[in-house]
Design a protein. Structure first.
Length: 512
Protein backbone atom coordinates (compact mmCIF):
# COMPACT_ATOMS: atom_id res chain seq x y z
CA UNK A 1 0.00 0.00 0.00
CA UNK A 2 1.31 3.45 -0.82
CA UNK A 3 0.39 6.89 0.53
CA UNK A 4 -2.73 8.28 -1.10
CA UNK A 5 -3.13 11.76 -2.47
CA UNK A 6 -4.95 13.65 -5.04
CA UNK A 7 -7.20 16.00 -3.19
CA UNK A 8 32.00 -6.81 -12.32
CA UNK A 9 31.24 -10.21 -13.32
CA UNK A 10 30.95 -12.01 -16.64
CA UNK A 11 28.99 -15.20 -17.28
CA UNK A 12 31.38 -17.35 -15.24
CA UNK A 13 31.84 -14.64 -12.65
CA UNK A 14 28.10 -14.24 -12.07
CA UNK A 15 27.66 -17.95 -11.52
CA UNK A 16 30.54 -17.91 -9.05
CA UNK A 17 29.04 -14.97 -7.15
CA UNK A 18 25.60 -16.53 -6.88
CA UNK A 19 26.78 -20.03 -6.06
CA UNK A 20 29.18 -18.62 -3.48
CA UNK A 21 26.38 -16.78 -1.77
CA UNK A 22 24.24 -19.91 -1.72
CA UNK A 23 27.10 -21.99 -0.30
CA UNK A 24 27.38 -19.47 2.50
CA UNK A 25 23.74 -19.98 3.37
CA UNK A 26 22.37 -16.91 1.63
CA UNK A 27 18.78 -18.13 1.59
CA UNK A 28 18.85 -19.36 5.15
CA UNK A 29 20.20 -16.03 6.32
CA UNK A 30 17.34 -14.19 4.67
CA UNK A 31 14.77 -16.95 4.86
CA UNK A 32 11.05 -16.83 5.37
CA UNK A 33 11.40 -15.22 8.79
CA UNK A 34 12.95 -12.18 7.10
CA UNK A 35 9.89 -11.96 4.90
CA UNK A 36 7.24 -11.86 7.58
CA UNK A 37 3.96 -10.38 6.35
CA UNK A 38 3.48 -6.75 7.19
CA UNK A 39 0.57 -4.36 7.06
CA UNK A 40 -0.04 -3.72 3.36
CA UNK A 41 -2.92 -3.65 1.07
CA UNK A 42 2.96 -6.00 -10.20
CA UNK A 43 2.01 -6.28 -13.55
CA UNK A 44 2.82 -6.85 -17.24
CA UNK A 45 0.97 -7.36 -20.51
CA UNK A 46 -2.48 -8.54 -19.37
CA UNK A 47 -0.87 -10.81 -16.80
CA UNK A 48 -3.59 -10.96 -14.14
CA UNK A 49 -7.36 -11.54 -14.40
CA UNK A 50 -8.62 -8.30 -12.84
CA UNK A 51 -6.15 -5.81 -14.31
CA UNK A 52 -6.50 -7.24 -17.83
CA UNK A 53 -9.95 -5.63 -18.02
CA UNK A 54 -8.71 -2.12 -17.15
CA UNK A 55 -5.70 -1.41 -19.37
CA UNK A 56 -5.34 2.27 -18.38
CA UNK A 57 -4.20 1.11 -14.94
CA UNK A 58 -2.09 -1.84 -16.10
CA UNK A 59 1.69 -1.52 -15.72
CA UNK A 60 3.42 -3.28 -18.59
CA UNK A 61 7.13 -2.78 -17.88
CA UNK A 62 9.68 -0.90 -15.79
CA UNK A 63 13.18 0.05 -16.95
CA UNK A 64 15.95 1.57 -14.84
CA UNK A 65 19.48 2.33 -16.01
CA UNK A 66 22.32 4.79 -15.66
CA UNK A 67 21.73 7.35 -18.42
CA UNK A 68 24.18 6.58 -21.25
CA UNK A 69 24.61 10.23 -22.26
CA UNK A 70 24.42 11.63 -18.70
CA UNK A 71 26.10 9.05 -16.45
CA UNK A 72 25.61 11.16 -13.32
CA UNK A 73 21.86 10.59 -13.67
CA UNK A 74 19.54 7.59 -13.50
CA UNK A 75 16.65 7.11 -15.91
CA UNK A 76 13.42 5.33 -14.95
CA UNK A 77 10.84 4.44 -17.60
CA UNK A 78 7.49 2.89 -16.70
CA UNK A 79 4.80 1.93 -19.20
CA UNK A 80 1.06 1.42 -19.03
CA UNK A 81 -1.85 0.42 -21.33
CA UNK A 82 -0.65 -2.69 -23.19
CA UNK A 83 -1.40 -3.43 -26.84
CA UNK A 84 -2.36 0.08 -27.94
CA UNK A 85 -3.54 -0.34 -31.53
CA UNK A 86 -2.22 2.87 -33.18
CA UNK A 87 -5.40 3.44 -35.19
CA UNK A 88 -7.65 3.08 -32.14
CA UNK A 89 -9.49 6.38 -32.48
CA UNK A 90 -11.41 8.50 -32.05
CA UNK A 91 -10.62 8.53 -28.33
CA UNK A 92 -7.13 7.04 -28.58
CA UNK A 93 -5.19 6.49 -25.34
CA UNK A 94 -5.27 9.01 -22.47
CA UNK A 95 -3.88 8.37 -19.01
CA UNK A 96 -6.65 7.77 -16.46
CA UNK A 97 -7.74 10.81 -14.44
CA UNK A 98 -8.80 8.76 -11.42
CA UNK A 99 -5.41 7.10 -11.01
CA UNK A 100 -2.13 7.73 -9.25
CA UNK A 101 0.82 6.51 -11.32
CA UNK A 102 3.67 5.95 -8.87
CA UNK A 103 7.41 5.24 -9.18
CA UNK A 104 8.90 3.83 -5.97
CA UNK A 105 12.56 3.86 -4.91
CA UNK A 106 13.98 1.74 -2.09
CA UNK A 107 17.51 3.02 -1.44
CA UNK A 108 18.49 0.92 1.59
CA UNK A 109 17.29 -2.59 0.73
CA UNK A 110 14.58 -2.82 3.40
CA UNK A 111 11.80 -3.54 0.85
CA UNK A 112 10.12 -0.23 1.67
CA UNK A 113 10.15 2.81 -0.55
CA UNK A 114 11.95 5.89 0.74
CA UNK A 115 11.06 8.01 -2.31
CA UNK A 116 7.86 8.04 -4.35
CA UNK A 117 7.33 10.06 -7.53
CA UNK A 118 3.60 10.42 -8.25
CA UNK A 119 2.02 11.44 -11.57
CA UNK A 120 -1.65 12.47 -11.73
CA UNK A 121 -3.37 13.52 -14.94
CA UNK A 122 -6.10 15.89 -16.13
CA UNK A 123 -7.84 15.95 -19.51
CA UNK A 124 -8.82 19.13 -21.38
CA UNK A 125 -11.22 19.39 -24.34
CA UNK A 126 -11.42 22.50 -26.52
CA UNK A 127 -14.47 21.59 -28.60
CA UNK A 128 -16.97 19.01 -27.32
CA UNK A 129 -19.19 19.37 -30.40
CA UNK A 130 -16.92 17.27 -32.61
CA UNK A 131 -15.86 13.65 -32.39
CA UNK A 132 -12.33 14.51 -33.54
CA UNK A 133 -9.21 14.10 -31.39
CA UNK A 134 -7.66 16.86 -33.49
CA UNK A 135 -9.47 19.28 -35.81
CA UNK A 136 -6.55 19.91 -38.17
CA UNK A 137 -2.81 19.32 -38.51
CA UNK A 138 -1.09 19.62 -35.11
CA UNK A 139 2.20 21.50 -35.10
CA UNK A 140 2.74 21.95 -31.34
CA UNK A 141 1.37 20.81 -28.01
CA UNK A 142 -0.53 24.11 -27.64
CA UNK A 143 -1.87 24.01 -31.19
CA UNK A 144 -5.59 25.02 -31.24
CA UNK A 145 -6.19 22.07 -33.56
CA UNK A 146 -5.18 19.58 -30.85
CA UNK A 147 -8.68 19.19 -29.48
CA UNK A 148 -7.99 16.80 -26.61
CA UNK A 149 -4.94 17.36 -24.42
CA UNK A 150 -3.66 16.13 -21.09
CA UNK A 151 -1.47 17.65 -18.40
CA UNK A 152 0.05 16.17 -15.26
CA UNK A 153 1.14 17.17 -11.79
CA UNK A 154 4.21 15.52 -10.29
CA UNK A 155 4.77 15.12 -6.58
CA UNK A 156 7.75 13.80 -4.62
CA UNK A 157 6.81 11.97 -1.43
CA UNK A 158 9.56 11.17 1.08
CA UNK A 159 8.80 8.27 3.40
CA UNK A 160 10.22 6.49 6.42
CA UNK A 161 8.82 3.14 7.50
CA UNK A 162 6.03 3.85 4.97
CA UNK A 163 4.99 6.95 6.89
CA UNK A 164 4.90 10.23 5.05
CA UNK A 165 7.73 12.59 6.00
CA UNK A 166 7.20 15.27 3.35
CA UNK A 167 5.26 15.95 0.17
CA UNK A 168 6.47 18.40 -2.48
CA UNK A 169 4.82 19.31 -5.77
CA UNK A 170 7.69 19.54 -8.24
CA UNK A 171 5.72 20.05 -11.46
CA UNK A 172 2.29 21.52 -12.18
CA UNK A 173 0.11 21.27 -15.32
CA UNK A 174 2.87 19.87 -17.53
CA UNK A 175 1.91 18.98 -21.10
CA UNK A 176 1.64 15.34 -22.20
CA UNK A 177 2.61 14.13 -25.67
CA UNK A 178 -0.59 13.06 -27.50
CA UNK A 179 -1.36 9.79 -29.21
CA UNK A 180 0.15 9.66 -32.69
CA UNK A 181 -3.00 9.91 -34.81
CA UNK A 182 -1.20 9.82 -38.17
CA UNK A 183 0.95 11.76 -40.59
CA UNK A 184 -1.84 13.97 -41.87
CA UNK A 185 -2.81 14.97 -38.35
CA UNK A 186 0.70 15.12 -36.87
CA UNK A 187 3.18 15.52 -39.73
CA UNK A 188 6.15 16.05 -37.37
CA UNK A 189 5.49 13.93 -34.31
CA UNK A 190 9.15 14.07 -33.26
CA UNK A 191 8.71 17.78 -32.55
CA UNK A 192 5.70 17.05 -30.34
CA UNK A 193 7.80 14.49 -28.44
CA UNK A 194 10.58 17.05 -27.86
CA UNK A 195 8.07 19.58 -26.56
CA UNK A 196 6.84 17.02 -24.02
CA UNK A 197 10.30 16.65 -22.47
CA UNK A 198 10.39 19.07 -19.53
CA UNK A 199 13.15 20.29 -17.24
CA UNK A 200 11.33 20.52 -13.94
CA UNK A 201 14.07 21.81 -11.65
CA UNK A 202 16.86 20.35 -9.58
CA UNK A 203 18.32 18.62 -12.61
CA UNK A 204 15.22 16.39 -13.00
CA UNK A 205 13.76 15.85 -16.47
CA UNK A 206 10.29 14.38 -17.02
CA UNK A 207 8.24 12.98 -19.89
CA UNK A 208 4.76 11.54 -20.25
CA UNK A 209 3.16 10.44 -23.50
CA UNK A 210 2.76 7.70 -26.04
CA UNK A 211 5.71 5.58 -27.19
CA UNK A 212 6.46 2.44 -29.13
CA UNK A 213 6.28 -0.55 -26.79
CA UNK A 214 9.98 -1.23 -26.09
CA UNK A 215 9.48 -4.81 -24.87
CA UNK A 216 10.46 -7.28 -27.58
CA UNK A 217 9.56 -10.94 -27.25
CA UNK A 218 7.43 -13.70 -28.72
CA UNK A 219 4.34 -14.03 -26.52
CA UNK A 220 3.30 -17.20 -28.29
CA UNK A 221 5.04 -18.88 -25.37
CA UNK A 222 1.50 -19.23 -24.04
CA UNK A 223 0.55 -21.54 -26.93
CA UNK A 224 1.90 -24.62 -25.13
CA UNK A 225 5.40 -23.10 -25.05
CA UNK A 226 5.76 -22.08 -28.69
CA UNK A 227 3.48 -24.66 -30.24
CA UNK A 228 4.89 -27.61 -28.33
CA UNK A 229 7.60 -28.13 -30.95
CA UNK A 230 9.19 -24.66 -31.31
CA UNK A 231 7.25 -24.17 -34.55
CA UNK A 232 5.94 -20.87 -33.23
CA UNK A 233 8.96 -18.78 -32.42
CA UNK A 234 10.71 -15.66 -33.65
CA UNK A 235 7.76 -13.30 -33.99
CA UNK A 236 7.88 -10.01 -32.04
CA UNK A 237 4.34 -10.06 -30.73
CA UNK A 238 4.48 -6.42 -29.61
CA UNK A 239 5.71 -5.06 -32.93
CA UNK A 240 3.51 -2.18 -34.08
CA UNK A 241 1.84 -1.65 -30.71
CA UNK A 242 2.26 1.41 -28.51
CA UNK A 243 2.12 2.08 -24.77
CA UNK A 244 1.75 5.12 -22.54
CA UNK A 245 5.12 5.98 -21.02
CA UNK A 246 6.21 7.93 -17.97
CA UNK A 247 9.92 8.69 -17.70
CA UNK A 248 12.14 10.49 -15.20
CA UNK A 249 15.82 11.33 -15.42
CA UNK A 250 17.10 12.11 -11.93
CA UNK A 251 20.55 13.09 -10.63
CA UNK A 252 21.74 9.87 -9.03
CA UNK A 253 22.78 11.53 -5.79
CA UNK A 254 19.10 12.41 -5.22
CA UNK A 255 17.96 8.77 -5.13
CA UNK A 256 20.95 6.75 -3.85
CA UNK A 257 21.38 6.41 -0.09
CA UNK A 258 25.04 7.40 -0.38
CA UNK A 259 28.12 7.04 -2.58
CA UNK A 260 29.05 4.04 -0.43
CA UNK A 261 25.60 2.46 -0.89
CA UNK A 262 24.61 3.19 -4.52
CA UNK A 263 22.13 0.32 -5.02
CA UNK A 264 18.46 1.20 -5.41
CA UNK A 265 15.36 -0.94 -5.84
CA UNK A 266 12.65 0.33 -8.18
CA UNK A 267 9.07 -0.63 -8.92
CA UNK A 268 5.90 1.05 -10.18
CA UNK A 269 2.30 0.88 -9.03
CA UNK A 270 -1.10 2.18 -10.06
CA UNK A 271 -3.71 3.24 -7.55
CA UNK A 272 -7.30 3.73 -8.66
CA UNK A 273 -10.01 5.73 -6.94
CA UNK A 274 -12.89 3.55 -5.80
CA UNK A 275 -16.56 4.41 -5.34
CA UNK A 276 -15.90 5.72 -1.82
CA UNK A 277 -13.25 8.12 -3.12
CA UNK A 278 -10.31 6.18 -1.69
CA UNK A 279 -7.31 5.05 -3.73
CA UNK A 280 -6.61 1.34 -3.94
CA UNK A 281 -3.53 -0.27 -5.51
CA UNK A 282 -4.52 -2.36 -8.51
CA UNK A 283 -1.24 -2.94 -10.35
CA UNK A 284 2.44 -3.41 -9.49
CA UNK A 285 5.58 -4.17 -11.47
CA UNK A 286 9.29 -4.51 -10.77
CA UNK A 287 11.10 -7.27 -12.66
CA UNK A 288 9.57 -8.35 -15.97
CA UNK A 289 7.52 -11.54 -16.38
CA UNK A 290 7.20 -12.27 -12.65
CA UNK A 291 3.44 -12.05 -12.38
CA UNK A 292 2.99 -13.53 -15.86
CA UNK A 293 4.95 -16.78 -15.53
CA UNK A 294 6.10 -17.08 -11.90
CA UNK A 295 2.90 -16.50 -9.93
CA UNK A 296 -0.01 -18.93 -10.41
CA UNK A 297 -3.51 -17.68 -11.09
CA UNK A 298 -4.48 -17.78 -7.42
CA UNK A 299 -1.76 -15.23 -6.54
CA UNK A 300 -1.81 -12.82 -9.47
CA UNK A 301 -4.42 -10.34 -8.27
CA UNK A 302 -3.03 -10.50 -4.72
CA UNK A 303 0.45 -9.67 -5.99
CA UNK A 304 -0.86 -6.67 -7.90
CA UNK A 305 -2.50 -5.28 -4.77
CA UNK A 306 0.39 -5.96 -2.41
CA UNK A 307 3.78 -4.45 -1.61
CA UNK A 308 7.39 -5.73 -1.72
CA UNK A 309 7.82 -6.01 2.04
CA UNK A 310 5.00 -8.56 2.05
CA UNK A 311 6.49 -10.82 -0.63
CA UNK A 312 7.22 -13.72 1.71
CA UNK A 313 3.83 -15.16 0.79
CA UNK A 314 5.07 -15.68 -2.78
CA UNK A 315 8.46 -17.22 -1.93
CA UNK A 316 7.47 -20.77 -2.91
CA UNK A 317 6.57 -19.55 -6.41
CA UNK A 318 10.25 -18.65 -6.84
CA UNK A 319 11.89 -21.60 -5.08
CA UNK A 320 9.58 -24.10 -6.80
CA UNK A 321 8.79 -22.51 -10.18
CA UNK A 322 6.30 -24.04 -12.58
CA UNK A 323 8.00 -23.07 -15.87
CA UNK A 324 10.98 -25.49 -15.73
CA UNK A 325 8.58 -28.38 -15.10
CA UNK A 326 6.53 -27.43 -18.16
CA UNK A 327 9.65 -27.18 -20.32
CA UNK A 328 10.78 -30.59 -19.11
CA UNK A 329 7.37 -32.11 -19.87
CA UNK A 330 7.23 -30.72 -23.40
CA UNK A 331 10.87 -30.52 -24.51
CA UNK A 332 12.49 -33.10 -22.20
CA UNK A 333 15.03 -30.59 -20.88
CA UNK A 334 15.65 -31.60 -17.24
CA UNK A 335 14.38 -29.10 -14.70
CA UNK A 336 16.99 -27.95 -12.18
CA UNK A 337 16.74 -29.37 -8.68
CA UNK A 338 14.63 -27.53 -6.13
CA UNK A 339 14.53 -25.42 -4.06
CA UNK A 340 15.73 -22.81 -6.57
CA UNK A 341 17.84 -20.70 -4.24
CA UNK A 342 19.69 -19.28 -7.24
CA UNK A 343 16.50 -17.55 -8.36
CA UNK A 344 15.98 -16.09 -4.90
CA UNK A 345 19.41 -14.46 -5.03
CA UNK A 346 19.11 -13.08 -8.54
CA UNK A 347 15.51 -11.90 -8.54
CA UNK A 348 14.64 -11.24 -4.88
CA UNK A 349 17.91 -10.06 -3.35
CA UNK A 350 20.20 -9.00 -6.17
CA UNK A 351 23.52 -10.55 -7.14
CA UNK A 352 26.00 -10.40 -4.28
CA UNK A 353 28.93 -8.19 -5.22
CA UNK A 354 26.96 -6.47 -7.98
CA UNK A 355 23.48 -5.18 -7.11
CA UNK A 356 22.62 -6.70 -3.73
CA UNK A 357 22.31 -4.03 -1.03
CA UNK A 358 23.68 -4.76 2.46
CA UNK A 359 21.15 -6.20 4.93
CA UNK A 360 18.75 -6.78 2.04
CA UNK A 361 15.24 -7.97 2.75
CA UNK A 362 14.24 -10.25 -0.15
CA UNK A 363 11.47 -8.74 -2.23
CA UNK A 364 10.44 -8.34 -5.85
CA UNK A 365 12.09 -5.17 -7.17
CA UNK A 366 14.20 -4.13 -10.12
CA UNK A 367 17.59 -3.54 -8.46
CA UNK A 368 20.18 -1.20 -9.96
CA UNK A 369 23.74 -0.45 -8.89
CA UNK A 370 23.95 3.19 -9.96
CA UNK A 371 27.76 3.21 -9.68
CA UNK A 372 28.17 0.84 -12.64
CA UNK A 373 28.88 3.07 -15.62
CA UNK A 374 27.05 2.49 -18.92
CA UNK A 375 28.85 0.67 -21.70
CA UNK A 376 29.23 1.99 -25.24
CA UNK A 377 28.22 -1.37 -26.71
CA UNK A 378 25.50 -2.97 -24.59
CA UNK A 379 25.14 -6.75 -24.82
CA UNK A 380 21.59 -7.97 -25.07
CA UNK A 381 22.01 -10.66 -22.38
CA UNK A 382 23.49 -8.19 -19.91
CA UNK A 383 25.28 -9.72 -16.94
CA UNK A 384 25.02 -13.23 -18.37
CA UNK A 385 27.29 -12.07 -21.20
CA UNK A 386 29.70 -10.09 -19.04
CA UNK A 387 27.95 -6.72 -19.33
CA UNK A 388 27.38 -5.63 -15.73
CA UNK A 389 25.49 -2.50 -16.78
CA UNK A 390 22.57 -4.60 -17.98
CA UNK A 391 19.84 -6.92 -16.71
CA UNK A 392 19.43 -8.11 -13.98
CA UNK A 393 21.42 -5.06 -12.82
CA UNK A 394 18.52 -2.77 -13.65
CA UNK A 395 17.03 -3.06 -17.09
CA UNK A 396 17.95 -1.19 -20.26
CA UNK A 397 15.63 -0.84 -23.23
CA UNK A 398 17.94 -3.06 -25.31
CA UNK A 399 18.21 -5.90 -22.78
CA UNK A 400 16.75 -9.19 -23.99
CA UNK A 401 15.15 -10.01 -20.67
CA UNK A 402 13.13 -12.98 -21.88
CA UNK A 403 16.20 -14.86 -23.13
CA UNK A 404 18.25 -13.95 -20.06
CA UNK A 405 15.49 -14.90 -17.62
CA UNK A 406 14.71 -18.14 -19.45
CA UNK A 407 18.35 -19.23 -19.40
CA UNK A 408 18.64 -18.49 -15.68
CA UNK A 409 15.37 -20.31 -14.93
CA UNK A 410 16.71 -23.32 -16.82
CA UNK A 411 19.80 -23.50 -14.61
CA UNK A 412 22.45 -21.40 -16.33
CA UNK A 413 23.87 -20.35 -12.96
CA UNK A 414 23.80 -23.92 -11.65
CA UNK A 415 26.04 -25.28 -14.40
CA UNK A 416 23.22 -26.30 -16.76
CA UNK A 417 24.48 -24.26 -19.70
CA UNK A 418 21.89 -23.42 -22.34
CA UNK A 419 21.19 -20.91 -25.08
CA UNK A 420 17.41 -20.93 -24.83
CA UNK A 421 15.47 -18.00 -26.23
CA UNK A 422 12.54 -16.90 -28.33
CA UNK A 423 14.53 -15.84 -31.44
CA UNK A 424 13.51 -12.19 -30.96
CA UNK A 425 16.74 -10.40 -30.11
CA UNK A 426 15.96 -6.71 -30.58
CA UNK A 427 13.14 -4.22 -30.84
CA UNK A 428 11.58 -3.54 -34.22
CA UNK A 429 12.29 0.19 -33.81
CA UNK A 430 15.56 1.85 -32.84
CA UNK A 431 15.59 3.59 -29.51
CA UNK A 432 16.44 7.27 -29.15
CA UNK A 433 19.91 8.33 -28.01
CA UNK A 434 18.63 10.97 -25.59
CA UNK A 435 15.95 11.09 -22.92
CA UNK A 436 13.33 9.64 -22.84
CA UNK A 437 15.10 7.06 -25.08
CA UNK A 438 11.91 5.15 -25.99
CA UNK A 439 11.14 4.99 -29.71
CA UNK A 440 8.49 7.21 -31.26
CA UNK A 441 5.04 5.60 -31.34
CA UNK A 442 3.72 3.97 -34.46
CA UNK A 443 1.29 6.33 -36.17
CA UNK A 444 -2.36 5.48 -36.67
CA UNK A 445 -2.42 6.00 -40.44
CA UNK A 446 0.34 3.65 -41.47
CA UNK A 447 -1.36 1.54 -44.13
CA UNK A 448 -0.86 1.69 -47.91
CA UNK A 449 -2.07 4.82 -49.70
CA UNK A 450 -5.20 4.68 -51.80
CA UNK A 451 -4.68 4.44 -55.54
CA UNK A 452 -4.07 7.82 -57.13
CA UNK A 453 -3.20 9.62 -53.88
CA UNK A 454 0.06 10.99 -52.53
CA UNK A 455 1.52 10.99 -49.05
CA UNK A 456 1.15 14.75 -48.57
CA UNK A 457 -1.59 16.62 -46.71
CA UNK A 458 -4.71 17.21 -48.76
CA UNK A 459 -8.28 18.46 -48.48
CA UNK A 460 -8.96 16.13 -45.53
CA UNK A 461 -7.01 18.55 -43.38
CA UNK A 462 -9.21 21.43 -44.49
CA UNK A 463 -12.24 19.43 -43.42
CA UNK A 464 -10.76 19.13 -39.94
CA UNK A 465 -9.94 22.83 -39.95
CA UNK A 466 -13.53 23.70 -40.84
CA UNK A 467 -14.71 21.78 -37.79
CA UNK A 468 -12.35 23.58 -35.41
CA UNK A 469 -13.84 25.76 -32.64
CA UNK A 470 -12.98 29.00 -34.52
CA UNK A 471 -14.91 27.99 -37.62
CA UNK A 472 -17.87 26.55 -35.68
CA UNK A 473 -18.24 29.68 -33.54
CA UNK A 474 -18.28 31.93 -36.61
CA UNK A 475 -14.71 33.22 -36.30
CA UNK A 476 -13.96 36.57 -37.91
CA UNK A 477 -15.84 38.17 -40.79
CA UNK A 478 -13.03 37.08 -43.11
CA UNK A 479 -13.53 33.44 -42.02
CA UNK A 480 -17.30 33.71 -42.62
CA UNK A 481 -16.84 35.22 -46.07
CA UNK A 482 -14.42 32.50 -47.15
CA UNK A 483 -16.65 29.71 -45.87
CA UNK A 484 -19.73 31.21 -47.52
CA UNK A 485 -17.90 31.60 -50.81
CA UNK A 486 -16.91 27.96 -50.72
CA UNK A 487 -20.51 26.81 -50.37
CA UNK A 488 -21.30 27.11 -54.06
CA UNK A 489 -17.85 26.86 -55.51
CA UNK A 490 -17.77 23.19 -56.43
CA UNK A 491 -15.09 20.65 -55.55
CA UNK A 492 -12.17 22.62 -56.99
CA UNK A 493 -13.36 25.81 -55.37
CA UNK A 494 -13.69 24.08 -52.00
CA UNK A 495 -10.16 22.80 -52.29
CA UNK A 496 -8.66 26.18 -53.31
CA UNK A 497 -10.68 28.27 -50.85
CA UNK A 498 -10.18 25.75 -48.05
CA UNK A 499 -6.44 25.73 -48.67
CA UNK A 500 -6.40 29.52 -48.63
CA UNK A 501 -8.38 29.57 -45.39
CA UNK A 502 -5.97 27.16 -43.74
CA UNK A 503 -2.95 29.18 -44.92
CA UNK A 504 -4.52 32.48 -43.81
CA UNK A 505 -5.44 31.18 -40.37
CA UNK A 506 -1.96 29.75 -39.84
CA UNK A 507 -0.34 33.06 -40.83
CA UNK A 508 -2.65 34.89 -38.44
CA UNK A 509 -1.85 32.41 -35.66
CA UNK A 510 1.91 32.73 -36.12
CA UNK A 511 1.81 36.52 -36.28
CA UNK A 512 -0.31 36.80 -33.13
Amino acid sequence: MTPNSRSGAGRKGLATLVCGALAAGGLAAAGVTALEPGAANASSHREAPLISGTPQYDNTDVYAFVSPDKPDTTTIVANWTPFEEPAGGPNFYPFAEDAQYDLHIDNNGDAQGELLYRFTFDTHVKNEKTFLYNTGPVESLDDPDLNITQTYDLELLKLKEQRLVSRTKIADDVAVAPSNVGKASMPDYATLRKQAVHEIGGGVTAFAGQADDPFFLDLRVFDLLYGGNLSEVGNDTLKGYNVNSIALQIPTHMIAESAEQPIVGIWSTTQRKNAQGHFTQVSRLGNPLVNEVVNPLKDKDTFNADAPWNDGQFLKNVTHPELPKLIEAIYKIPAPAEPRNDLVDVFLKGVEGLNQPPHVRPSEQLRLNTSVKPTAKPKRLGVLDGDNAGFPNGRRLTDDVLDAALQVVEGELLGQKNDLGDAVDKNDKKFEKAFPYVALPTEGSRGPLAKGTSGGNDVRNELGDALSPVARSGGSSEDTTLVAASAGAGALGVLLIGTGLLWWRRMRRHSA
